[in-house]
Design a protein around this ligand. Sequence first.
Ligand SMILES: [Zn+2]
Length: 294
Amino acid sequence: MPRSILFVHAHPDDEAIGTGATMAMYAAAGVRVTLVTCTLGEEGEIHVPALEGLAAAEADQLGGYRIGELAAACAALGVTDHRFLGRAGRYRDSGMMGLPTNDHPRSFWQADLDEAAGLLLDVIRETRPQVAVTYDPNGFYGHPDHIQAHRVTMRACELAEKEGLAPAKIYWTAVPKSTLQAGIEEFAGTANNPFAEVKSASELPFGTPDELITACVDGREFAEQKVAAVRAHASQIPENYWMLSVAGNFGAEFMGMEFFQLAAGERGPGGGPNRWESDLFAGLAQPAPVPSAR
Ligand SMILES: [Zn+2]
């Protein structure tokens, strides 16, 4: 069975920002990398003045436009298998928690869990991932579509289990509290500091306690691809976007290291002081070698 990994993200751009280096690394290694994006990101803020008329309250064309941005991001990451959950436009961006957009009949927040999970199960049946990656129960930072992506992925894996097709491991994306704390200290006084108002990582509504982290993927070699993928989502990038200016200041270390919490399956061998896995396939049986061409 060839190695296969499934990433489930809420909006176009989450793949690049959250797991871009890991996706690029596995794509380069010849692993089947499948990205499922649950919504078109119709409610995103538009940061390109010439495109402002596409906004939900105006022409409501942002979602369609972002399909092109996502395609460019996937190309930058070397990811060729991308789908929208169900199909493009099946589920709509729900907007931030508490907004009226949460109640749109097509919003992902209103999705029937089993129906949406069934659509993801179809992808699992086809691609047979050994590893699935999504967000933690809080959707990393509380956005309804991220929470729903978590629920749908966990439910789809449960349904897959009944067919003997469950991924052997499920990971949730994570940023260690210690990394956030180091960031707060390092970025102090720099331009576009995302943490300017924050004194301690404990004040932030996101971040995973270090002891819950189980894997750290070193994708520094792929940091440039990740930056290119983030830039491909140009409509979403404010001038002086902190992530890119921070990337400029701190480089591959910041962009390339991605962390994960194992949510299901057995933890594989790891290294370093934390015994973190460096490979999301760690501990799984290696695939049979591909016979060389004669
Ligand atoms: Zn998102």
